[in-house]
Ligand binder design. Structure first.
Ligand SMILES: Cc1cc2nc3c(=O)[nH]c(=O)nc-3n(C[C@H](O)[C@H](O)[C@H](O)COP(=O)(O)OP(=O)(O)OC[C@H]3O[C@@H](n4cnc5c(N)ncnc54)[C@H](O)[C@@H]3O)c2cc1C
Length: 368
């Protein structure tokens, strides 16, 4: 009797441990990072012939990356000590408490993919996902594969979301970016321009002493704003163009049956900055924990969602400011040591903004 009970227990434990097949669409940073953390048999399907190309990103990473992974120095193009915020006649340059990294996305994506391969993950290149039916992944070339779990880490255009009913009316900023040699570049500072378009911002991020990634995001007329924006700089030579869409975060359904969305496919970006790598990787870590340990993804993601919701709240308020209000905000911000602000944990640092002028500005411009 006791022996039978022991055997039954062993069989049920084995059943519980029965390995699943997990298929991830997309070898971007989020898909590869997720794959590196999974315990089950995992395959990544990537439409291109290699990971990390074409590049459509500036590659800014905050210090939070070190909590997620130990980076190889080879992927880092530059380390930044200062950020300068610009609006009209005002500017506010502050020193970062922790340097921010500018990575080369091709190298960074391949570094994360190597971590996935070290975890015995298989990668199938030239494998464009086309549909998902009856637990079968169907590729554009007609091949099909059985899977227990499908993860859409397929970026902003997520066909996984479209084909599985998880698209849900999303919106995007259009991000236009060039890599260019420009005059008077300071390798240590990246610039943010709030006066370059109405609903996002422009940026100049140095890759080294000579080359900068100059970009701008906007909901409408991005090309028009970008062309005006780049007139501000003495551009010696345009090297390449790296434009793409930046999903606007909103709370959406991230799971349907055995299908999950993560990263840009799940709109997991900070609406203040358009940064999606860190929140996407954080979400991947949460999803890995859920798939490895049978937890509920939509429940476990709530903490990250709260941070992204707050970032969205601030973005909506900032978009109501005209240039004069932005100038006023920058003047007031000088009372705050913004270098200590952690924009990946925005709700943890709110106390530092409790200065008399800023409270008054907030009540006037942000509350109503
Ligand atoms: C101009 C610009 C600048 C940006 N700058 C920054 C920045 O400085 N810092 C930051 O954190 N974020 C930035 N972002 C956002 C950042 O690029 C994304 O958030 C990030 O790439 C999301 O990673 P991901 O792995 O979710 O998706 P992606 O990096 O988009 O990867 C998706 C992968 O899926 C593959 N794929 C897509 N469809 C299919 C399919 N049907 N079948 C198979 N494979 C498929 C793609 O080829 C790709 O490899 C920027 C975005 C833009 C447009």
């Amino acid at each position: 009797m006791k022996e039978n009970f022991r055997k039954e227990k062993q069989i049920s434990a084995k059943k519980k441990r029965k390995k699943k097949m997990i298929s991830i669409i997309g070898s971007g940073p989020v898909g590869s990072y997720l794959a590196s953390l999974l315990k089950d048999e995992t395959v990544i399907f990537e439409e291109h012939k290699e990971a990390g190309k074409p590049i459509q990103c500036t590659g800014i990473l905050t210090n939070e990356i070190h909590d997620l992974i130990k980076l190889d120095k080879k992927v880092i193009d530059n380390e930044i000590d200062y950020i300068r915020l610009n609006a009209g006649k005002e500017e506010y340059k502050f020193k970062l408490q922790n340097k921010e990294l500018i990575v080369n996305r091709h190298k960074f994506d391949n570094f994360l993919l190597e971590k996935a391969k070290e975890n015995n993950v298989k990668i199938r290149y030239n494998s464009e996902f086309a549909n998902f039916k009856n637990n079968k992944i169907i590729l554009k070339n007609g091949k099909s594969y059985d899977t227990n779990v499908l993860v859409g880490a397929d970026g902003y255009k997520s066909l996984v979301a479209k084909k599985t009913g998880l698209w849900q009316n999303r919106e995007f900023w259009k991000g236009i970016q060039i890599r260019a040699e420009i005059k008077n570049l300071d390798k240590n500072v990246y610039d943010v321009y709030f006066d370059s378009c109405p609903d996002f911002f422009g940026w100049v991020v140095p890759e080294n002493e000579k080359i900068a990634r100059i970009g701008l995001g906007s909901f409408d007329n991005a090309g028009y704003y970008f062309n005006n924006f780049i007139k501000r700089f003495e551009i010696k030579k345009i090297i390449s163009s790296e434009s793409g869409l930046i999903p606007i975060w909103k709370k959406i359904k991230l799971k349907k049956d055995n299908v999950y969305l993560v990263g840009d496919a799940g709109l997991q970006l900070k609406n203040i900055s358009g940064g999606g790598i860190i929140p996407g990787m954080k979400a991947a870590k949460i999803l890995a924990n859920c798939l490895n340990n049978g937890k509920n993804y939509e429940k476990e993601i709530r903490g990250l969602n709260r941070e992204l919701m707050f970032s969205d709240f601030i973005r909506k308020k900032l978009n109501k400011l005209n240039i004069e209000r932005y100038e006023e905000l920058l003047r007031l911000m000088k009372k705050v040591d913004l270098g200590k602000y952690n924009r990946d944990k925005p709700l943890n640092n709110l106390g530092m903004f409790m200065k008399p002028g800023l409270i008054k500005f907030g009540i006037k411009n942000f509350l109503f």
